[in-house]
Design a protein around this ligand. Structure first.
Ligand code: SAM
Length: 460
């Protein structure tokens, strides 16, 4: 493999606390959004209220909504376990579930369920063992939340039924398989809010990071981003690769990819300031804990290992393959890749050992972007660049408008938001579209070309 050498060793300073804390969006910013939106898009509790009335109702509404949004994380965790059951290879020697078997499950045929039952049986047996791997241990925690006792026959039967229900949900499309399969550039509210009723999934893969990489290259080419101009970056919802919805590989430790991929791209395109700092905002405790643990290891000079699998049966475009071959070259060095089990299919794997200084420049912060914003010590400390991919589509139009207002507040004037969701541009929110980048990942049989549109929004 052609591995690109490091271009330069950039020295990252550890995070300087330029972000002082967080605050809920004030009612004064919500009011113009309520006034700008169509009546049917506004929560009934907030409709037809005078300004003073909204001010009174706001604290209770916002804390109730914050709790409700955060509660969706647990449901997303359950969907991730369903994907693990269908595609994982660490708890079973059986082949991964095929598209055809998924289609049979989708029409609710008894044959469909029969095909996945052996996997479910293996999963139930493995999850009950005390030396279960980290993903299975997580599944145990989820079952414990449902008060299921895995040591009893009755408990194991409960788990089996629970899994049958969840995998059927995945297959019937009640839980769509991939956010990246959206129609590129489709603006309809239904498409842009597609997952508004779903659990909050943490899934991630390198696909969208390729899209961001291409967008950054174009922004530089067009003179919208100057050399070394990006000093503060916010990633909203970096995600955790537990079992992604397309491939579901589980033969390597859980990892986050986006924060590292973005630093890599910024360095590759000579956009990173020497003291680049990345703040990774997420409401999932799992994501925050994962990044905290990585930082702790970086303090002990331990590298972060990225594992980058490529399913050779998927017809990736040459450009995506090229990105996959290069990713990580600016932030670390090639490492020995783990071996995939035989039932993982035809997969080629790269691995990158990321320098501890890079991990030390990434700070995780709890934040619910729908209702909260991070406050900067001064306007000059606001972000130059915010990345928010595969996240806004989990919210309805009103929630997306609040999130967009929060993002606008966190950006410096002239700063950029890159997202694969077309946001609803509203007059009270000082963010305007200035361009976009289209990327293609592959052509899937029966689905067609898959890809993303990365839209560029600029803070006025
Ligand atoms: C589907 S993953 C996408 C990960 C990554 N951005 C990508 O595109 O591959 C969505 C991420 O956003 C986080 N998230 C969802 N809603 C959020 C919110 N309101 N505030 C902050 N993070 C949120 C989830 O916990 C998860 O980490």
């Amino acid at each position: 493999m052609n591995f690109v050498p490091f271009v330069a060793f950039l020295f990252f300073v550890s995070f300087v606390a330029a972000q002082t804390g967080k605050a809920f969006i004030p009612h004064t910013e919500a009011l113009p959004i309520v006034q700008a939106l169509r009546d049917d898009l506004i929560p009934s509790e907030l409709k037809n209220r005078a300004a003073a009335d909204l001010e009174g109702a706001w604290p209770a509404w916002i804390s109730g909504r914050d709790a409700a949004v955060r509660a969706r994380v647990a449901e997303g965790d359950e969907d991730s376990i369903a994907y693990l059951v269908l595609f994982g290879t660490t708890f079973t020697a059986k082949p991964r579930t095929t598209e055809r078997e998924l289609a049979a499950l989708a029409v609710n045929s008894a044959d469909g369920m029969k095909a996945v039952q052996p996997r479910i049986a293996d999963f139930v047996a493995a999850v009950a063992l005390p030396d279960a791997n980290e993903r299975l241990q997580f599944a145990r925690q989820v079952f414990a939340r449902h008060a299921i006792d895995l040591t009893t026959d009755a408990g194991r039967t409960q788990v089996r039924r629970f899994l049958e229900e969840r995998v059927a949900g995945v297959a019937t499309g009640a839980i769509p398989r991939s956010a990246t399969l959206l129609d590129r550039g489709a603006a309809a509210a239904d498409t842009q809010t597609l997952f508004r009723d779903r659990g909050l999934s943490s899934d991630t893969s390198i696909f969208i990071d390729y899209g961001i990489d291409q967008a950054l290259a174009q922004l530089k080419l067009q003179g919208r981003l100057d050399t070394a101009a990006v000093r503060r970056v916010a990633i909203i919802g970096p995600g955790l690769d537990f079992t992604d919805k397309l491939e579901g590989y589980d033969f390597y430790p859980q990892q986050t990819i986006q924060p590292f991929a973005i630093v890599d791209s910024l360095m590759r395109h000579d956009l990173a300031a020497p003291d680049l700092q990345v703040t990774a905002f997420d409401l999932s405790p799992r994501v925050i804990q994962h990044l905290d643990a990585a930082r702790e290891r970086a303090r002990r000079s331990e590298p972060y290992t990225l594992v980058l699998p490529r399913n050779l049966d998927r017809p990736w475009t040459p450009e995506l393959v090229d990105y996959w071959q290069r990713i990580g070259g600016w932030i670390g060095e090639e490492a020995k890749a783990p071996a995939a089990p035989p039932n993982a299919g035809r997969v080629q794997i790269r691995s990158v050992r990321v320098r501890p200084a890079v991990t030390a420049a990434i700070t995780p912060r709890d934040l619910n972007i729908v209702l909260e914003r991070s406050e900067a010590a001064s306007p000059a400390d606001r972000f130059d660049l915010v990345i928010a991919t595969n996240i806004l589509l989990y919210y309805d139009v009103f929630e997306q408008a609040l999130a967009t207002a929060n993002i606008a507040r966190m950006l410096r004037p002239g700063g950029l938001l890159l997202t694969n969701n077309q946001i609803f541009e509203l007059p009270p929110i000082p963010l305007g579209g200035v361009g976009f980048t289209d990327v293609t990942y592959m052509a899937l049989p029966g689905i067609g070309e898959t890809g993303d549109r990365v839209v560029w929004y600029q803070r006025q």
